[in-house]
Design a protein. Structure first.
Length: 364
């Protein structure tokens, strides 16, 4: 598979990145379904002691985010257009998911809850979270702001600055952890992983391997150190959620899925399927929760439940992608006003030949 190839006439798309998204979306849905089905045991011991496919998928998603954000911002050269495209890419489906979940689950919907949900901060403000995976979007948003800030001051191509900044943040987290305070070393490492994705973009798309190799080594070392301290050295006063073994294995698989995709060779039919899943991965990520609820409501259990969730999630995601995501993507192509040539490079509904898909969504 070529690293960069035309997805359809008139557009350029990174086919391997779509494949990573497709695989990662299935891994997230599989983990959540397997947890509810109890396949790995009542206490999910395997998931926290050995390997967590959902965690590996999230790592792959953050590597993808680091890879595609410079493609989005640096090619367009407009912070306003970048901000608009990110808002229209994330919020329409997110808001629909929020409202639909509230209508199903119910509960108290006060101003604090709404603000927390809109800011992807429910886990931090301890309010009801109606979009279960929104915590990853908070990290995603920080990455957008950080990279946009570097772009604004003209330092977005400084690999050492980015690696050093992340290393300092991780070092501060390590210091806090060793001092007895629970720093979120996993989430800090996920944010820093976006930097590794950025370096991958520089190395593959701009052939700047020498420029990013040493900063990448520094940053990976800092990430590993943070994980070892956060999950292996300090016990968080008995509240460790994952063993160090499970964390390192899960993260390693996430990196392997991402970087292995650049060397991957797949049968054409399988590649087409995975790339299509990559296009709808954000929808799969958000709406598979409804498949989980629905299959539980009809009383399915075990592997039957898992398979049913996977089978329902994909067509449901195709519907939300076509009717919610695509209109917003098209709007982002037209507003703010941009080059008419770019407007012609927009996606169409699934199953319909397109003149060119939008840039890959970086939000999971």
């Amino acid at each position: 598979m070529a690293i960069k190839e035309p997805a359809r006439a008139g557009a350029t798309r990174y086919g391997n990145i779509d494949i990573v998204r497709g695989i990662a979306a299935l891994m997230v849905a599989f983990q959540h379904a397997s947890e509810r089905a109890g396949i790995f045991g009542a206490d999910q011991h395997f998931l926290i002691a050995w390997f967590n496919p959902g965690q590996a998928a999230v790592i792959a998603f953050f590597l993808v985010s680091g890879f595609v954000i410079p493609l989005s911002l640096e090619k367009g050269r407009s912070l306003k257009r970048f901000a608009t495209s990110r808002i229209l890419r994330i919020y329409p489906l997110y808001l629909v998911t929020f409202v639909a979940s509230y209508l199903i689950v119910g509960g108290k919907l006060d101003v604090r809850t709404i603000v927390a949900q809109l800011g992807f901060a429910s886990a931090y403000l301890h309010t009801t979270n109606y979009v279960g995976n929104s915590w990853t979007l908070s990290i995603e948003a920080i990455w957008y702001v950080l990279f946009a800030g570097l772009f604004f001051i003209g330092r977005n191509r400084s690999a050492w600055l980015l690696a050093g900044l992340f290393a300092v943040v991780i070092g501060a987290g390590i210091a806090l952890t060793l001092a007895g305070h629970r720093a979120p070393m996993g989430r800090v490492g996920m944010l820093a992983t976006c930097g590794i994705g950025l370096f991958a973009y520089r190395a593959t798309s701009e052939e700047a391997r020498r420029m990013v190799l040493a900063p990448a080594v520094l940053l990976i070392g800092a990430i590993v150190a943070g994980l070892v301290i956060g999950f292996g050295v300090v016990d968080y006063h008995g509240k460790v959620e994952f063993t160090l073994r499970a964390v390192l294995l899960s993260w390693a698989v996430g990196y392997l899925v991402f970087f292995g995709s650049f060397l991957l060779r797949l049968p054409t039919a399988l590649e087409v399927v995975l790339r299509k899943l990559g296009e709808i991965s954000y929808s799969v990520y958000l709406v598979h929760t409804f498949a989980l609820w629905g299959m539980s409501a009809v009383g399915l259990t075990g592997w039957t439940y898992i398979v049913a969730v996977m089978l329902v999630s994909v067509p449901l995601a195709m519907v939300t992608y076509t009717w919610i995501e695509l209109p917003a993507i098209r709007l982002s192509h037209r507003w703010p006003k941009r080059d008419p040539q770019a407007i012609r490079h927009e996606p169409t509904a699934l199953g319909v030949e397109a003149t060119g898909p939008a840039l890959p969504p970086s939000a999971t």
